[in-house]
Design a binder for this molecule. Structure first.
Ligand code: ADP
Ligand code: AMP
Length: 244
């Protein structure tokens, strides 16, 4: 048998206990395969960690993965950077490839939350093919419905922790210490594309390319529409109702 590279004795007891409790809580959970669709700033990244913990799913956010690739200057990141800076979508093939790979992670055993994917009907069709091969089907699509007018304030006050994708807001969801991630104590950053000018083109591509994806899933009868302009905890309550 190959020797494990992890020495369990070196892991603090509290971490081991927490992992054990997590596994006991997760074992009986049914599988769930979810898609979150909504314009930039509608709250997908805020609700995802809550859904992920409650249902033991992995959170696959193509925007987070692409930003990590851009900052690591990988070939994928170099290809994606220009479109991302302009607020345009990157090519379907690039994102389909990263999602296909990411779904194989052990943390996706109980299912996944797709956040920011699929964003075009072509991506949705490719996802269907991928899932058919795995014998998996999408259970629910959460549509974060919100008026465009609300989004500029959401986007301009957003601060993120790049390593985890955690989102904060100076007014609506401030961190305990300004500019610092609550969990790791690391610095928060503002996204380069979170400006009023880039938001305009991101919204334009949302309405033109992503709105039809909601119609695509509506025909399958699996879309639940949320009132995403409500306060954060009200949206969490709506999500819980839909997924119960
Ligand atoms: P998305 O992932 O859909 O782009 P985020 O979840 O990052 O959006 O939310 C955008 C910003 O709005 C963040 O700064 C977040 O803290 C804040 N936010 C999220 N949900 C709400 C809400 N229901 N009410 C007010 N602010 C919110
Ligand atoms: P997000 O973090 O979801 O706001 O995404 C940031 C940027 O990454 C977008 O403006 C796009 O340039 C790119 N991106 C993320 N997901 C996708 C996707 N599914 N298809 C194409 N481009 C994407």
């Amino acid at each position: 048998m190959a020797s494990s590279s992890v020495n369990l004795e070196e892991i603090p007891s509290e971490s081991l206990m927490n992992e054990l409790l997590r596994r006991m809580k997760c074992a009986p959970k049914p599988e769930k395969h979810l898609i979150l669709i909504g314009p930039p700033g509608s709250g997908k990244g805020t609700q995802s960690p809550i859904i992920k913990d409650e249902h033991c799913l992995c959170h696959l956010a193509t925007g987070d993965m692409l930003r990590a690739a851009v900052s690591a200057k990988t070939p994928l990141g170099i290809k994606a950077k220009e479109s991302m800076d302009k607020g345009e979508l990157v090519s379907d093939d690039l994102v389909v490839g990263i999602i296909d790979e990411a779904m194989k992670k052990p943390s996706c055993k109980k299912g996944f939350i797709l956040d920011g994917f699929p964003r075009t009907v072509a991506q949705a069709q490719k996802l269907d093919e991928m899932l058919e091969r795995q014998g998996v089907k999408i259970d629910k699509v959460l549509d974060f419905a919100i008026d465009d007018a609300v989004l500029e304030e959401r986007i301009s006050g957003r601060w993120i922790h790049p390593a985890s994708g955690r989102s904060y807001h100076t007014k609506f969801a401030p961190p305990r210490v300004p500019g610092v991630d609550d969990v790791t104590g690391e610095s928060l950053i503002q996204r380069k594309d979170d400006t009023a000018a880039v938001l305009k083109s991101r919204l334009e591509s949302f309405h033109r390319q992503t709105q039809p994806v909601i119609n695509y899933y509506s025909k399958k009868g699996i879309v639940a529409t949320l009132h995403a302009e409500k306060p954060l905890s009200d949206v969490t309550d709506e999500v819980r109702k839909v997924l119960s």
